[in-house]
Design a protein around this ligand. Sequence first.
Ligand code: FDA
Length: 307
Amino acid sequence: MLRSAQRTALLAASRSGALRTLAENTALLRPVVDRFVAGTTVDEVVAVARDLTADRCVTVDHLGEDTTDRARAAANVDAYRTLLRRLGDDGLAPRVEVSVKLSALGQALPGVDAEKIALDHARQVCEAAHAVGTTVTVDMEDHTTTDSTLGIVRDLRVDHPWVGAVVQAGLRRTEGDCRDLAGPGSRVRLCKGAYDEPASVAFRHRHEVDLSYVRCLRILMDGDGLPMVATHDPVLIDIARHLGRDRPHEIQMLHGVRPREQQALAAAGETVRVYLPYGTEWYGYFVRRLAERPANLAFFARSLLTR
Ligand code: FDA
């Protein structure tokens, strides 16, 4: 993991609108971004998803977080509708589902009805997923949105009990959330958490986050839902495989990260799901991936220097 100050600086940069506009319009960066992002169009992401389904499952994310424009949030719903129709037409559902960020669907809009707009939009995405026989997982963003996001997931589950929730082991509250979410049929993705959070709500040391991850994993594996173990950490994957050896679970990893390990786990009989983002608004997602690993930053710098 990057030293904390560097990570904090990168994660702050991931929220900068000016840097985002500059980066997304710089064609030079595209080849580097391509390692993590499967193109900008439905055709491109569907082609990558189809290849992956040879041995893995997929969750596709249409990039577009932190939307502060209502028309843009509605356009993101349309993008999901188009994507889901295509997944249905191409026979890729249910091995391919979708992930959504509520801040792309209206949660970050100014005004008091942002949450209601996000819920309405998320419901439309769920209906489109249901129509083609696949599922939706609602990504988790920074801690200021956790209560709102879990509330929206609860509302969506009234009609669509298969909607997946995400919890972040880095947050102190998450063991309790796991207990609440571990009921029958509940799909729950456990990740470490990609945002820079204050010590008042989050563990700041890597070791504390790992210990929390294992405690949360035990709760989910002892529960009645479907634990979705989202990590590339080999120790945590071994623990998850041990705890989950006699019960259904998924291992989830990001597109472009440890692909050989993904294939090896699938060959060993694990259900592996790849998180596959696409779209033009890749900046925030990409910078969070840089913040996770110094080698990515070096890879990024080398690619720019050798062009
Ligand atoms: P850690 O960062 O400790 O990495 C362990 C090892 O994995 C590293 O040593 C390296 O080998 C490899 N690795 C990890 N990240 C890498 C990278 N970017 N590039 C190359 N190698 C890397 N977060 C969130 O806040 N909300 C969410 O909804 C989600 N959703 C989500 C879905 C899925 C399927 C995954 C895999 C992850 C997320 N995340 C997320 C991100 C998550 O919180 C976390 O930031 C990353 O997974 C990195 O943490 P690891 O658990 O992989 O461990």
